[in-house]
Design a protein around this ligand. Structure first.
Ligand SMILES: Cc1cc2nc3c(=O)[nH]c(=O)nc-3n(C[C@H](O)[C@H](O)[C@H](O)COP(=O)(O)OP(=O)(O)OC[C@H]3O[C@@H](n4cnc5c(N)ncnc54)[C@H](O)[C@@H]3O)c2cc1C
Length: 326
């Protein structure tokens, strides 16, 4: 193997996040057959997950275990990751384009004096062997293809875009524990209080049902929640709905909110402003429900339903319930 690409795996609640498998697959595609893919796991108890990373394609797993790494702390994580990078000397470092990846990747690029390509949605190796990274620009109105001119590469990969490799239960990986460098921390995380516990993570959801100002109140989200429960999806929102106080800003999808790429996106009572579209236009199938037939959302929807969401959504819930009955 002439090169080594390092993938920064992420965990939540003691399990690997789906984006970790996707990022391993991205590194494999980018590197081709002469590249070893290593993964790094940070956090107390992380090494228990090394085997799973191997099954999804990692050849080697670096672990750093320390109490400082129990919750995400930028300084602690950066110090641990930097120690791994110094030991592994990778030719590329891949992150998920998640809150953690978006925070760590630019810091590492600055530290290593190298470039970064972020929010990558596709990777290809062209006829001359150059690796090209596709990413949306101008709020998703155009795509650009970029290539690096120097190593190491730093890449963040948009969740839900790259298919993970099929797991192979017989695959194993070498593991190497790296010592935590114990930096002086200027802040410490005392506790993390989750207010969305038990809910599906919007950025990883396969189905997203979003409500806009058309839902008219916090209660107006209830029919959307019922539909999401039937489809095993998550509920999102436009900024219009958040600004009106109908829901928490944690649900906001768009340019200044979360970017989602589900298999199915249902926009109910959302006009389709460019800033909203920026966060959902890469969804595989888009269904828009709006009582205004001229609403811009219909221009990007695969299926449009002109009607009152309070009539249409319960009908859909009923139909899906029947269709999905075992
Ligand atoms: C810098 C900047 C950043 C922004 N970032 C974001 C962002 O990240 N995400 C985002 O979403 N917006 C963002 N916005 C705001 C954006 O421009 C729009 O104002 C917002 O998306 C509008 O939300 P909306 O579509 O829910 O509301 P509206 O524009 O008020 O649309 C409501 C829609 O609901 C329909 N409707 C009403 N009642 C019903 C009913 N009973 N049944 C069916 N349809 C009904 C109406 O016909 C209308 O089309 C940003 C704006 C700026 C300036």
């Amino acid at each position: 193997m002439s090169k080594t690409f390092l993938v920064v795996a992420e965990t939540r609640g003691g399990s690997l996040r789906q984006v970790s498998y996707e990022t391993i697959s991205a590194a494999r595609t980018a590197g081709g057959t002469d590249t070893a893919v290593a993964a790094v796991l940070l956090g107390a108890g992380a090494s228990a997950l090394a085997n799973e990373l191997a099954q999804y394609g990692a050849d080697r797993v670096y672990t750093v275990e320390h109490a400082d790494l129990e919750h995400y702390n930028p300084q602690a994580y950066f110090a641990a990751l930097h120690a791994v990078v110094q030991s592994a000397q990778p030719d590329a470092i891949f992150f998920g384009h998640t809150a953690i990846g978006k925070d760590l990747a630019p810091q590492l690029a600055a530290e290593l004096g190298t470039g970064q390509i972020s929010d990558v949605t596709a990777i290809e190796v062209d006829g001359s062997g150059e690796t090209l990274f596709t990413r949306p620009i101008y709020a998703g109105k155009a795509l650009e293809k970029k290539a690096f001119t120097a190593f190491p590469w730093i890449v963040t990969v948009r969740p839900n875009n790259i298919t993970p490799l099929a797991p192979n239960a017989t695959r194993t990986a070498d593991t190497e524990a790296i010592a935590y460098p114990e930096p002086t921390l200027h802040t410490i995380i005392r506790d993390v209080v989750r207010n969305t516990s038990g809910k599906i993570d919007l950025s990883e959801a396969k189905v997203v049902i979003s409500g806009g100002r058309g839902v008219r109140s916090a209660d107006g989200f209830k029919p959307l929640e019922e539909l999401a429960a039937v489809l095993g999806g998550a509920v999102g929102a436009s900024r219009g709905a958040c600004d009106a106080g109908y829901c928490d800003y944690a649900l906001q999808i768009g340019q200044t909110g979360k970017v989602v790429t589900p298999e199915l996106y249902i926009a109910a009572g959302i006009s389709g402003a460019i800033q909203h579209v920026a966060g959902m236009s890469s969804s595989r199938v888009i269904i828009a429900i709006n009582k205004d037939p001229e609403a811009p959302i219909f221009k990007i929807a695969d299926y449009g339903i002109v009607g009152d969401l309070f009539e249409v959504v319960p009908l859909l819930t009923e139909q899906f319930k029947q269709a999905l009955q075992p």
